[in-house]
Design a protein around this ligand. Structure first.
Ligand SMILES: [Cu+2]
Length: 252
């Protein structure tokens, strides 16, 4: 907490200390006043709160539509999660022998998996729409997506198939910056017939995020359910990699 004098925590280290059984003797820290919390939440090096609110109403520079779906592997033995017909699963990740970021720093893009890579640049205001579809088992699953390297706003969300006019009509004010979102999942009641495998691939909810491309790098954006990530529910965001710099850690 940068502007708070205290907080209380109990940290056991290996076997040499134990969590005390009676915590009643610990002094509670004073809680931050709400006005301080708001100031902390909006303390941002590149934008004021008012400017950030304006971002939500600005015309975006770039929009990506990510259609998520489940699919059998070509041999019929496995299941993968795919985004726009591509999957970044373990079988591909294990083939990377050098860090892709280092490759990009060196101007080498030959190992970059282009079918799962999305480019943003130059402080663009970017919308990413995640579209959910019914899985092979007839379920519309919830996916908690997490983005590395950025915070974003959840701009809007809804049932069924993404509709830009609905998205544009949603009034958004004072949204909180975050790095994770829930990809909306429609209820079974939404479908006809209800929960059945014949609904496979039906559109079943969407969530749209808005972000500023202000951090050069190669960033993963992925479902945070471990199994889903292993099954390929990941994309890469390639951002201003010509601006990457190499810094050495100080040696002691
Ligand atoms: Cu998932």
């Amino acid at each position: 907490m940068p502007n708070s004098s205290s907080c209380t925590a109990v940290l056991p280290y290996d076997s040499i200390s134990q969590v005390p059984s009676d915590l009643s003797g610990l002094t509670r820290p004073p809680l931050l006043a709400e006005v301080d919390l708001i100031a902390l939440a909006w303390k941002n090096p590149y934008e004021t709160k008012n400017k950030m609110d304006a971002m939500l109403r600005r015309r975006v520079d770039r929009e990506y539509f990510l259609l998520g779906a489940q699919a059998h592997t070509s041999d019929g033995l496995g299941i993968r999660w795919i985004i726009n017909n591509a999957t970044l699963d373990m079988s591909r990740l294990k083939n990377f022998t050098t860090p892709l970021l280092l490759d990009l720093y060196n101007g080498n893009e030959q190992n970059l998996p282009n079918d799962v890579t999305y480019t943003v640049k130059d402080n663009e205001l970017v919308d990413i729409v995640l579209q959910n579809t019914v899985a092979l088992n007839g379920v519309c699953e919830i996916h908690p997506f997490h983005m590395h390297g950025h915070k974003f706003w959840v701009h809007s969300y809804g049932a069924g198939m993404y509709d830009k006019s609905i998205s544009d009509s949603i009034s958004v004010v004072h949204l909180v910056l975050r790095d994770s979102l829930i990809l909306y999942a429609s209820e079974y009641a939404y479908f006809t017939p209800n929960r059945t495998t014949s609904n496979y691939l039906k559109a079943c909810g969407w969530t749209k995020l808005r972000m500023i491309a202000d951090n050069p790098g190669l960033w993963i954006f992925h479902c945070h359910i471990g199994a889903h990530a292993l099954m390929g529910m990941n994309i890469l965001i390639k951002e201003d990699t010509n601006k990457l710099e190499m810094h050495s850690l100080p040696q002691h």
